[in-house]
Design a protein around this ligand. Structure first.
Ligand code: ATP
Ligand code: MG
Length: 382
């Protein structure tokens, strides 16, 4: 029965006497070591089982003499052809009836498969670490590329903004040039008709001077686009600015076909802004209103008042022109949105106006009804 049990075991089982001689082995031992039972009987255990440090024999003996059971000691089985097979060894003492040590039963488990498994796992962990490192590197390079793309997008956006701003300046220069052309035409006609040029010149010169100021200011603004500098602001009475703009537009013949009413405030409404920029907004709003009325008759009303809480200046430009369809009310503030022929409109007037008002901490909004008219309202801090 005992022999059968030992035979049935897949682990190598060896019984060793106190001298270290092998007295009993099972088939698994022969299969693993390549030795026959007879060969093993003549082999000292120290030649068959070794460990990395002091030699298994001493450890086995010492432990067993101390009465300890040897548990899963890592060692090596030396096969008949010199191969070292890793094994895990368990040993128990064999005692006689008086408790004297007769020998040891050693069970050696071939752990090659287990070791291979461990090695495979280690290999897999290494592979994973490597893959992880590669992923991290890839991530970093993607981040770097993203940064680069962000950078070039920013540059493209800056260029687009510059283009829009430069377009805005061009738009204003064109509006203002029309005023100059009209004034010069009028003067030329008066000279041709031998009229009193001096009186006319006196009337026109302030407008021309204003035009020149605008051109200079916008030239400066173009230069500022390349290298932004401070915006020259000063406290101004919004009523007066409106009066001047209307006089200028009237002088240029822009208001000849419309009826224009100004409802200015009786008290001065001071706002701290750059004069040219506010004039630019007003010129665009009024010219837009004139265009919306077109060849039909219509009315434009400009209204200036303090806000209800008195902290802001509110200006409304209302016209009885064509009106704006509801679904286009926000589009009109987008750069280059225009319903005018190419030689007439650039679609920059309103976006630039809104940008200016926003810079000063105000808002510019539109409300409209098709066929009835449109109102633009902007406010500025006082
Ligand atoms: N008072 C208004 N009544 C009706 N439509 C308007 C009015 N003001 C603006 N719009 C619409 O908004 C569009 C954009 O106006 P914006 O001033 O930005 O450019 P534009 O007048 O078309 O061109 P530009 O100002 O360069 O001459 C106009 O083309 C027009 O369709
Ligand atoms: Mg316009």
């Amino acid at each position: 029965m005992f022999d059968n049990v030992i035979e049935a075991m897949v682990d190598a089982v060896l019984v060793v006497d106190v001298e270290g001689r092998i007295t009993l082995t099972n088939t698994a031992t022969h299969q693993i070591t390549g030795y026959t039972a007879e060969q093993l009987k003549t082999l000292p255990i120290a030649k068959l089982l070794v460990d990395d440090s002091s030699g298994l024999r001493t450890i086995v003996r010492k432990r067993i003499e101390d009465g300890d059971v040897l548990r899963r000691e890592k060692s090596w089985l030396l096969t008949s052809n010199g191969e070292r097979i890793p094994v895990s060894v368990t040993g128990s003492p064999v005692l006689d009836a008086q408790g004297g040590l007769q020998g040891i039963v050693l069970v050696a488990r071939d752990i090659r498969e287990l070791r291979q498994l461990l090695l495979d796992k280690e290999e897999e962990i290494k592979r994973r670490c490597h893959a992880e490192a590669e992923l991290r590197a890839l991530n970093a390079s993607i981040e770097a590329k993203l940064d680069e793309t962000r950078g070039s997008l920013l540059l493209a956006e800056r260029r687009a903004t510059l283009g829009t701003l430069a377009g805005g300046v061009g738009h204003e220069l064109r509006n203002i040039a029309q005023i100059q052309v009209a004034a010069v035409d009028e003067l030329a006609a008066a000279i041709a008709a031998n009229e009193d040029v001096a009186a006319l010149a006196k009337q026109i010169l302030p407008d021309l001077e204003r035009v020149a100021e605008h051109i200079t200011a916008h030239g400066q603004r173009l230069m500022q686009l390349a290298r932004p500098g401070p915006d020259h602001v000063q406290p101004l009475d919004l009523n007066q600015v409106i009066r001047d703009v209307i006089a200028m537009l009237r002088g240029a013949g822009k208001l000849s076909r419309v009826e224009l009413t100004c409802e200015l405030s009786t008290e001065p409404i001071l706002v701290t802004v750059n004069r040219m920029r506010i004039e630019q907004i007003l010129v665009n709003l009024v010219i837009n209103a004139v265009d919306a009325i077109g060849s039909s008759t219509g009315k434009i009303t400009i209204d200036v008042r303090p806000s209800v809480d008195g902290k802001r200046a509110v200006c409304e430009v209302h016209d009885t022109g064509s009106g704006i369809p509801e679904d286009q009310l926000e589009n009109i503030f987008h750069p280059f949105f225009t319903t005018k022929p190419e030689d007439k409109g650039t679609g920059l007037g309103l976006p630039v106006a809104r940008e200016i008002v926003t810079t000063y901490g105000g808002t510019l909004t539109a409300s409209s009804e098709v066929g009835k008219g449109t109102s633009f309202v902007f406010d500025l801090p006082r």
